[in-house]
Design a binder for this molecule. Structure first.
Ligand code: NDP
Length: 374
């Protein structure tokens, strides 16, 4: 069997961008986009990644919401394309996550990318060419590998929470927070790290009130983020508390049930039980141990999809792949590159994943060229 030049594992923005660049560089890439198994569905790792599980994507440049003919007329005037000047119908109107992923996949295929709907379950990176094994039992040899298997957001794991995913339960405030069902409504964020504080602050742009639920009596977030939190009058942090059930109608979340001590920290640093606090500062969103909210955002960390690597590659303490050189997608194994969220626990955006996907393809091309493999 012929040895592949580069195999790309994953099917999010990093993988498809890497494929587009690799295909255009005549590397004839082979993408393993993941398998449609029940196990993958349960863990949120089916093909097309996290974006396939979300709704509108409003922050990926070049997809403005609205009728783009108007924008192009303003920007380009007489130089606008014919169909804009003649007001011909055209479909561009923002984009949904799943739609965006299908388009990226198609763009990669248009340049000749071969796509296999299967998981890579095992890699042999201690020999070269590298050997990859698929769930369906195929064996592939390749000179270079781009790992872009992404990460999955952690959720609390409650069955009721699962039922409201995409119905008000989200794990990405930056992706979903500006959507209309969340505007001018009370929202709840779960977590105590920098993400939870950042997402709470971000959501105050849209929400009427944000309740931050922290499971312990202290935050993990940095001091500067904590200051930002306590300075924001729209956020009420509640400590020693957790959600036992997510409640609502068949279309949307309406309430969350709180359990635990539930304490509020007053500006002078002293503690007050939530019940006593509410007597002094009545809040119509609380009743019978439940909090009325129109959205719930989990910010309790992410888990990178690196299990299948079985320790063959250097990972950081949170199991993300470690980039070994600044501003390069190199990993601890020569010829293996990493792109997107699988190597990034910090930015985690579609656009940054696409950016590193592009970098990984260029790095792979140069590496293959340097070693006389293309
Ligand atoms: P972290 O791992 O730092 O924090 C996760 C938080 O979620 C912790 O407070 C943890 O609680 C809580 N948590 C975990 N599981 C549960 C659960 N089941 N129920 C309730 N709470 C739970 O992840 P982040 O995503 O916040 O941050 C990741 C990295 O990104 C960090 O290094 C962070 O500094 C960085 N970051 C930096 C930002 C900035 O500087 N602007 C913004 C966002 C992220 P506990 O504390 O009890 O373990």
């Amino acid at each position: 069997m012929a040895v592949e030049k580069v195999v790309i594992i994953g099917s999010g923005p990093a993988a498809w961008t890497a494929a587009i660049y690799a295909a255009r560089a005549a590397l004839d890439p082979l993408v393993y986009e993941g398998a449609m198994t029940e196990e993958n569905r349960q863990s949120g790792t089916t093909p097309l990644g996290q974006l396939n599980l979300t709704t509108e994507v409003e922050n990926f440049p070049s997809w403005p919401t609205g009728d783009t003919r108007e924008y192009l007329k303003t920007a380009l005037g007489d130089n606008a394309p014919y169909w804009v000047q003649k007001n011909k119908p055209q479909p561009t109107h923002g984009i949904q996550g799943p739609e965006m992923m299908e388009l990226m996949r198609q763009q990669a295929k248009n340049f000749g990318t071969r796509v296999v709907t299967d998981d890579i379950v095992k890699l042999e990176l201690d020999k070269h060419p590298f050997v990859l094994h698929t769930l369906e039992g195929q064996r592939i040899e390749t000179h270079a590998v781009i790992l872009s298997t992404g990460a999955r957001a952690n959720y609390l794991g409650l069955p009721s929470e699962h039922n409201y995913k995409n119905k008000g339960v989200s794990a990405c405030a930056v992706c979903d927070g500006a959507l209309s069902p969340f505007r001018n409504k009370p929202l709840v964020v779960v977590g105590g790290g920098d993400s939870a504080v950042e997402e709470s602050s971000y959501l105050t742009k849209f929400a009427s009130r944000v309740y931050l639920l922290v499971r312990r009596d202290s935050l993990r977030a940095s001091q500067i983020m904590q200051k930002r939190l306590f300075d924001n009058p729209k956020i009420l942090p509640i400590f020693n508390t957790s959600i036992s059930e997510v409640l609502g109608n068949e279309h949307w979340i309406e309430r969350v049930k709180l359990v635990g001590e539930s304490k509020v920290r007053k500006p002078d640093g002293s503690w007050q039980m939530l019940g006593d606090y509410l007597k002094e500062s009545p809040d119509a969103n609380f009743a019978n141990g439940e909090l009325a909210v129109s959205g719930m955002f989990c910010a309790i960390g992410h888990t990178p999809n690196t299990n299948f690597l079985e320790g063959q590659l250097k990972l950081n303490e949170k199991s993300y792949i470690e980039w070994t050189t600044v501003a390069r997608t190199y990993t601890s194994i020569d010829g293996v590159f990493a792109a997107g969220d699988v190597a990034d626990d910090y930015y985690r955006q579609a656009i940054s994943a696409s950016g590193t996907g592009c970098m990984a393809a260029l790095d792979a091309e140069r590496w293959l060229g340097h070693h006389g493999l293309i």
